[in-house]
Design a binder for this molecule. Structure first.
Ligand code: F6R
Length: 240
């Protein structure tokens, strides 16, 4: 795993942006695995700005997102489908039909997970972007998720519900379940780019970089990936 330390959040997303841009420029039909949450917002702003100013095109790019809350429709403002449209897709020239995310409203969980695994098979990712949970989760793969997992439905831990409640009016509104790409599926991406920023990620970053590979810290599996870049700002790296 290659570790890049940056002075602050802005430098972290600039470095991530240059990796994404060079991929899209050299391979205009690249498949990108995308993440939601606070961490990639600055990266999505840079992609938008560069698209507007330099014309980098996403017309042939395809995307697959990591996860979606169960029970939320794509037009619900708290859904990850809505997040992606508002924070990235509506600002670039990507075709919405080339973007993929689990269907939060799917009644049949098993069928939806199988549908998504088929999409992942058909669209081998050139790059998978990841944020890091303060408990070491990647996507919604919480501690103790098997490394062999594919797309599945998870019950979110209290820790994750608490972390995510800042984006809802009240913690009671945070959905308790989500569809998520599994750890095995994440590891199948050709290249992985994990970003971590802020003091509340420091413990997870320490265990990710220096701890043992263990299902107790899902992100530690990335130590086994042949091409994983982890970009961490000063605060998140403070325990290293
Ligand atoms: C988001 C996701 C999550 C987040 C993680 C960090 O699609 O899968 O694993 O990446 O919870 O969230 P932030 O960036 O909000 O700290």
């Amino acid at each position: 795993m290659e570790l890049i330390l940056t002075e602050n959040y802005d430098e972290m997303v600039e470095k991530a942006f240059s990796i994404v841009k060079s991929l899209v420029v050299t391979k205009p039909d690249a498949v990108l695995g995308l993440a939601t949450g606070s961490t990639p917002l600055g990266l999505y702003k840079l992609i938008t700005q560069d698209h507007k100013e330099c014309g980098t095109s996403y017309k042939a790019v395809k995307t697959v997102n990591l996860d979606e809350y169960k029970g939320l429709a794509p037009d619900n403002r708290q859904s990850y489908a809505y997040f992606m449209r508002k924070n990235l897709f509506e600002h670039i020239d990507i075709e919405l039909c080339n973007t993929n995310i689990e269907n939060g409203l799917a009644e049949n969980e098993k069928a939806e997970c199988e549908r998504y695994d088929e999409i992942l098979k058909e669209l081998p990712r050139d790059l998978q972007l990841l944020g890091l949970g303060s408990n070491g989760h990647i996507a919604f793969n919480e501690p103790s998720t098997p490394f062999g997992s594919t797309t599945h439905v998870v019950a979110l831990t209290e820790n994750t519900v608490k972390d995510n409640s800042r984006l809802f009016a009240d913690a009671s509104e945070v959905p308790r379940k989500a569809f998520t790409m599994g750890i095995k599926s994440i590891m199948q991406a050709k290249k992985i780019l994990l970003l971590a920023s802020g003091k509340n990620k420091a413990q997870a970053v320490l265990r990710l970089v220096k701890g043992e590979v263990s299902e107790l810290l899902p992100a530690s599996v990335l130590q086994l990936h042949p091409d994983c870049i982890t970009i961490v700002d000063k605060e998140a790296a403070s325990l290293l």
